[in-house]
Design a protein around this ligand. Structure first.
Ligand SMILES: [Zn+2]
Ligand SMILES: [Zn+2]
Length: 307
């Protein structure tokens, strides 16, 4: 139990404690912060709402969803574009503020998902239970640990290893920053009718819970709900609503067909907001070598052609 509590802030403690065992099942002590995050949303009945609080919610959601989809997923897990070491670190930190653990942990598990999607070794296949695919897997002991063999290209960066090890410190600082901003605004601009507690609840607690579950729908819903364009070996689907919610990740059948593309909406009508922002970043030199889907691959293995 002591290891689980210490591992809230230092995941290396978990790594060493589990290395000799084949532990499994939900670690209730370890996930107390996750449960607390959900309960904290109830504070909204106490702090109320204001226009600036809604703006804080939206800004916080969009910024971190972009860091998750464009960087945790398309960059760290799939290396579908290139960037500088500084930009890599900045978006790794913003991604960590999403409270979805560090970039190494995230990329290692996601690469495993692609290696054997919807098979026995997939960490989060809905075939193993819908709730398991949405939440159960990452709350379980066997999935707290990062396998370094899956991320040899990322583990060489000491700053990423450090960030991964102390990943929960980032959201703590991020949440405190929202509280601080709210406190400053209530003192300097009382007309906004906000407070430290209100921006903490809207900018961090509510925004983070929605962000986490929206991200998780790609592991759960995007493997059961939607249309299949490509005859991939998994159950992945394309879903317009999930694509809107996750800035483009809902084109998940496209993505399983060709994971190396930074662009997941393969056609102009498939809205992929993360890709548009990446494209704009490439125009000013912040990222480069942004990969798209080659035309022969876009036309290959179509479900309609096979049936
Ligand atoms: Zn998938
Ligand atoms: Zn992927």
């Amino acid at each position: 139990m002591k290891q689980s509590v210490l591992a809230w802030f230092d995941s290396a403690r978990y790594q060493s404690a589990l290395s000799d065992t084949q532990a499994s099942g939900i670690d209730w002590v370890r996930i107390l912060p996750f449960i607390g995050l959900h309960l904290a949303c109830l504070l909204v009945f106490w702090v109320g709402v204001s226009p600036i609080a809604v703006a804080a919610f939206a800004f916080s959601y969009l910024l971190r969803m972009f860091a998750i989809t464009a960087f945790y997923h398309r960059y760290f897990a799939h290396r579908s574009f290139k960037t500088s070491r500084a930009i890599q670190f900045v978006f790794a930190v913003i991604g960590a503020a999403s409270t979805q653990r560090g970039p190494l942990w995230w990329a290692a598990h996601h690469r495993q998902h692609h290696r054997c999607a919807d098979q026995a070794e997939d960490p989060h296949a809905p075939r193993h239970g819908f709730l398991w695919s949405h939440m159960g897997w990452f709350l379980s002991r066997e999935h707290f640990v990062t396998d370094p063999k899956r991320i040899p290209d990322l583990i060489e960066y000491p700053e990423l290893r450090l960030l991964d090890r102390f990943a929960l410190l980032v959201p703590v600082v991020y949440a405190a920053a929202w509280f601080g901003l709210g406190a400053i605004l209530s003192a300097t601009a009382p007309g906004l009718e906000t407070s430290g507690a209100q921006l903490l609840v809207w900018g961090y607690f509510l925004s983070t819970v929605v962000l986490i579950h929206a991200t998780l729908t790609i592991n759960s819903l995007a493997h059961v709900w939607g249309k299949r364009r490509y005859a991939t070996r998994d159950d992945s689907r394309n879903n317009f609503w999930l694509a809107l919610l996750t800035l483009g990740e809902g084109w998940h059948n496209n993505h399983h067909h060709y994971p190396g593309s930074a662009r997941q909406g393969f056609f102009w009508w498939e809205i992929d907001l993360s890709y548009y922002v990446l494209k704009a970043m490439s125009w000013v030199g912040l990222v480069w070598d942004v990969k798209s889907v080659p035309e022969p691959i876009r036309r290959a293995r179509l479900v309609q052609a096979e049936s």
